[in-house]
Design a protein around this ligand. Sequence first.
Ligand SMILES: Nc1nc2c(ncn2[C@@H]2O[C@H](COP(=O)(O)OP(=O)(O)OP(=O)(O)O)[C@@H](O)[C@H]2O)c(=O)[nH]1
Length: 84
Amino acid sequence: MVPLWKHYCAEASGLVYVVDSRDRERMEETKSFLYMVMDEGKVPDNMAVLVYANKHEVPGAMSASEISNELDLASLRQRNWQRN
Ligand SMILES: Nc1nc2c(ncn2[C@@H]2O[C@H](COP(=O)(O)OP(=O)(O)OP(=O)(O)O)[C@@H](O)[C@H]2O)c(=O)[nH]1
């Protein structure tokens, strides 16, 4: 699957990236993979990127701002982004 996403990126109009809000231990890996997809997939600046954090209602889940910080979403400044 992993090598195939590059081909999907070329045709995609958006990227939905699902993050497990409970999985604190793998947040660094999650971050690396997101930026690798955006870089190697040549995701253009004008492509919509949705980072969807699931399991947010589960006790112990990370908050939206924690996830945003962990994934350094503010570094995607060239994109028009918001956090809900
Ligand atoms: N409570 C809750 N459960 C969810 C949510 N999203 C997925 N699940 C459940 O979590 C279980 C595992 O789903 P995923 O996390 O998507 O799959 P996964 O990453 O392969 O599984 P894990 O390694 O166990 O997290 C399934 O039973 C899903 O129904 C959510 O937002 N809230």
